[in-house]
Design a binder for this molecule. Structure first.
Ligand code: SAM
Length: 212
């Protein structure tokens, strides 16, 4: 995602009731944050947040937490949430490398990864959100029958991710190289900003679902 320096974005984050900018120590407290025992689903690298905001509006009995590294990107999602005021949606500004400091064992019901940064150089493979190193983190925070859902138009990243699922000894419960022409998997699909842009450009969208 192209980053702009948005003046004041950091200050907006720090003062906003929907955003956590210092989330370490929140481990195990998410049901208190939402004030209920509903499942907690997270999107890592949510960008401007259309996907997770739409899901939160559609599913009031599920709690959603959107995670994004950069204030300048997160700002758009926060502005939208200030209008919508969805009680089941919060955001965290953080690098997901530290995700195990923020969610306790089994605290997360589902993890969404959408159009994650590809990190094309081999030496950066461990930074990919579908690397075995990230699956090791998901292994801790995800409840036993929880799942990871991943969408991308980047075939190399998708092929890598399929291999990493196997390497992590997880199971692929769904896998398509053309989501928008797979009637069963595409049912109820919520498009992200990147998904709309890339599919309009004619790129097929890949999706996998992985479970332990
Ligand atoms: N998911 C959105 C979509 O599909 O429209 C945005 C996709 S954009 C290519 C990837 C986003 O992931 C960027 O906003 C980037 O800042 C964020 N990101 C990448 N690595 C991250 C990490 N380790 N922790 C948190 N956010 C990350």
């Amino acid at each position: 995602m192209r980053l702009r320096n948005v003046p004041g974005a950091r200050e907006v984050m720090v003062e906003n009731e929907y955003v956590f900018t210092e989330p370490e120590g929140m481990k195990g407290t998410w049901h208190e944050v939402f004030g209920n025992d509903n499942p907690v689903r997270i999107e890592i690298g949510m960008g401007k947040g259309r996907f997770i905001s739409t899901l939160a509006a559609q599913n009031p009995d599920i709690n959603y937490v959107g995670i994004e590294k950069y204030s300048s990107v997160l700002l758009r999602a926060v502005e939208k949430q200030e209008e919508l005021q969805l009680p089941n949606l919060r955001f965290i500004r953080m690098d997901a490398e530290n995700i195990c400091e923020v969610f306790g064992a089994g605290e997360v019901d589902r993890i969404y990864l959408n159009f994650s940064d590809p990190w094309p150089k081999d030496r950066h493979a461990k930074r990919r959100l579908t690397s075995r190193q990230f699956f090791a983190r998901y292994n801790v925070i995800l409840k036993q029958d929880g799942q990871v859902e991943f969408k991308t138009d980047n075939k190399d990243l998708f092929d890598f991710s399929v291999e990493e699922v196997k390497e992590a000894e997880w199971k692929l419960t769904a896998c398509t190289y053309d989501l928008h022409h797979d009637a069963a998997l595409n049912e109820g699909n919520v498009m992200t900003e990147y998904e709309e842009r890339f599919s309009k450009a004619g790129n097929p969208i890949c999706k996998l679902i992985a479970k332990r």
